[in-house]
Design a protein around this ligand. Structure first.
Ligand SMILES: Cc1cc2nc3c(=O)[nH]c(=O)nc-3n(C[C@H](O)[C@H](O)[C@H](O)COP(=O)(O)OP(=O)(O)OC[C@H]3O[C@@H](n4cnc5c(N)ncnc54)[C@H](O)[C@@H]3O)c2cc1C
Length: 539
């Protein structure tokens, strides 16, 4: 992945004219503006300060060729892929870069690295794909002799596929596409497709309680973990891979979502399903976001949930249609048809069904009847298939928008169905006000996805012209939205995890005693406190 953005060089996207016009007219974006990232050679990096003894022990642990401190490796591991990370990197600031990047190839090598770092007081940042959007992989070395990024991508084996039990044991560093490819060879799928799928890893998903785009059907990653292995500085702990157990509190739940602060997840046994015979995606239209939300609630509670279910609000629908080139999504979304049926200015939803042919078709018909009864208008397969084709396009588009001098950020939360409207309005108002106060009024958009019997998640995207101090502008908006989320009873994160950016709100999330419990586990597993300092727990 290129060090300042997403994807590889040559994977540029261009904005269609209606989108350029919308950004110009509503946000004041200069259509000609182009802000290129600085060259790699110009990036500012601190001198590596790893003590010689620590470096020798690391080389002994993994082999000298797997301890890197060249510019490219350090810059690439200096942060994740949040808007703030990219703003800093594009401007040439890699002041948070690790002193070295260490790449173990086995769980034993992970153990040897942790031993070396604990004895030398070197901080360790587990690094999967580095796609964290919450500051989860940014090294913090204050109070330590240095910091290393522990790049896990050499842990890339499929250890077992048990077709009879429908489980697969995967090593942590496997990237999404490779994991699916190898599972597919055995006729199974994990069904976990976050938007970052192309560059995120199995270990990263488990360590962050990730949710994929099809998690309404397949389940979030936490629902798919049957067993796992954590290598911590104090030793090894795990959850046995059994379907269910009454043997006291479930240790899996302590490790899943531990974001590298307790140790390194080296492998996980995950629940898989047969590769679906049928994938059927379609678009629906509703007159309003409120109408669509209610239809989704009824569908979910009637046990008619699609595998993918996402409903864009009016603003997100408007932007999506402007982004689609003519003859593309807009046409497929049946603009004329929607207008005719009084849905103009309303909302588009995507629902997708996967599985055995008969089962998927039965669920599709049942969900369709409920959506229609809830005011929905079926737009057919075109919009659904267009969404499926472009499901990973968002971060490429973000690079393009950043290059045009725009702020573009996403955040997410979840709450009960009865609290959804209040939460939606609170976050929208907070973001809108914050952007106006910065003198850069923005577009604030949202979609509902990830349905549960008791509620759903809300995923916000906001876009504005960058202010003179883009990081201060971003910080103010992020903080306003986080306060609004907590104030309106939402969770501070439904799937992006806590990292550094959400840590200040963890007290509101789990309470003081809850924090002490997590700290106690950390002190026992990581007595020297070297594991991913500054993340998950507030200072
Ligand atoms: C464009 C974009 C779209 C995204 N879409 C989604 C989405 O749809 N759903 C979603 O859930 N998230 C999404 N994310 C967030 C991110 O991709 C997820 O949090 C993902 O699970 C991180 O995986 P990773 O391998 O990149 O982990 P990293 O970013 O490398 O690490 C994330 C955290 O986990 C820790 N960690 C990583 N591997 C291990 C390990 N083996 N053991 C212990 N700790 C470890 C790290 O120290 C860090 O704290 C998105 C991010 C981007 C940039």
């Amino acid at each position: 992945m290129r060090w300042w953005g997403w994807g590889e060089d040559g994977h540029e996207v261009s904005l269609p004219e209606p989108a350029v016009a919308l950004l110009r007219d509503e946000l004041g974006a200069d259509p000609e503006a182009r802000h290129a990232p600085v060259a790699l050679e110009e990036v500012r990096l601190p001198e590596p300060r790893l003590p010689g003894a620590a470096r020798s022990r690391l080389e002994l642990a993994v082999g000298p060729e797997h301890v890197l401190d060249d510019r490219a490796a350090r810059v690439a591991h200096s942060g994740g892929r949040s808007y703030a990370d990219l703003v800093r990197l594009r401007a040439g600031d890699a002041s948070s870069a690790p002193d070295a990047v260490v790449a173990p190839g086995t769980a034993d090598e992970v153990r040897a690295v942790l031993d070396a770092c604990a004895s030398q007081r070197v901080a360790v940042v587990p690094f999967g794909g580095g796609t964290s959007v919450v500051g989860g992989v940014e090294p913090v070395s204050d109070g330590f002799e240095g910091a290393v990024a522990l790049d896990l991508r050499r842990l890339d084996r499929v250890l077992d596929v048990d077709r009879a039990s429908l489980t697969a044991t995967l090593e942590a560093g496997l990237l999404g596409p490779e994991a699916e490819r190898r599972l597919g060879e055995q006729g199974v799928t994990l069904g976990h497709f976050p938007q970052s799928f192309e560059y995120s890893t199995v270990g990263g998903w488990v360590a962050t309680r990730s949710a994929g785009q099809a998690s309404s059907g397949y389940g979030r990653i936490d629902a798919l973990v049957e067993g796992l292995r954590l290598v911590a500085p104090a030793g090894e702990v795990g959850g046995r891979a059994v379907p269910a157990s009454a043997a006291g509190p479930d240790l899996r739940e302590l490790i899943v979502g531990s974001e590298g602060v307790l140790g390194v997840i080296c492998d996980a046994t995950l629940r898989v399903r047969p590769v679906p015979e049928l994938r059927r995606y379609e678009g629906w239209s509703f007159r309003s976001f409120a109408e669509g939300r209610e239809a989704f609630r009824v569908m979910e509670q009637a046990d008619a949930t699609p595998d993918v279910a996402r409903l864009s609000d009016e603003e997100e629908t408007r932007l999506a249609l402007s982004l689609a080139s003519s003859g593309g999504f807009a046409e497929r979304a049946g603009l004329a048809y929607r207008r005719l049926r009084g849905h103009e200015g309303g909302c588009v939803a995507i629902v997708g069904f996967e599985g055995g042919e008969e089962d998927a078709e039965r669920r599709r018909l049942r969900a369709g009847a409920l959506l229609r009864a809830g005011g929905g208008l079926r737009l057919g397969r075109g919009p659904g298939e267009a969404w499926l084709r472009t499901r990973y396009a968002g971060p490429y588009l973000r690079d393009e928008l950043l290059g045009r001098g725009l702020l573009v950020e996403t955040l997410e939360t979840a709450t009960t169905w009865s609290g959804l409207e209040t939460l939606y309005e609170a976050v929208r108002v907070a973001l809108d006000r914050s952007l106006r106060e910065a003198g850069t009024p923005g577009l604030v958009m949202c979609h509902v996805s990830h349905l549960y019997r008791s509620g759903a998640s809300l995923y916000f995207t906001f876009i504005a012209r960058q202010a003179d101090d883009p990081l201060a502008q971003w910080r103010a908006a992020k903080s306003a939205a986080s306060e609004a989320i907590v104030g309106a009873g939402g969770t501070i994160t439904h799937h992006h995890a806590v990292g550094r950016d959400h840590a200040p709100w963890m007290r509101a999330e789990v309470g003081e005693l809850g924090l002490e419990l997590i700290r106690a586990a950390k002190e026992r597993l990581d007595p020297a406190g070297i594991m991913n300092p500054g993340k998950l727990l507030p200072a």
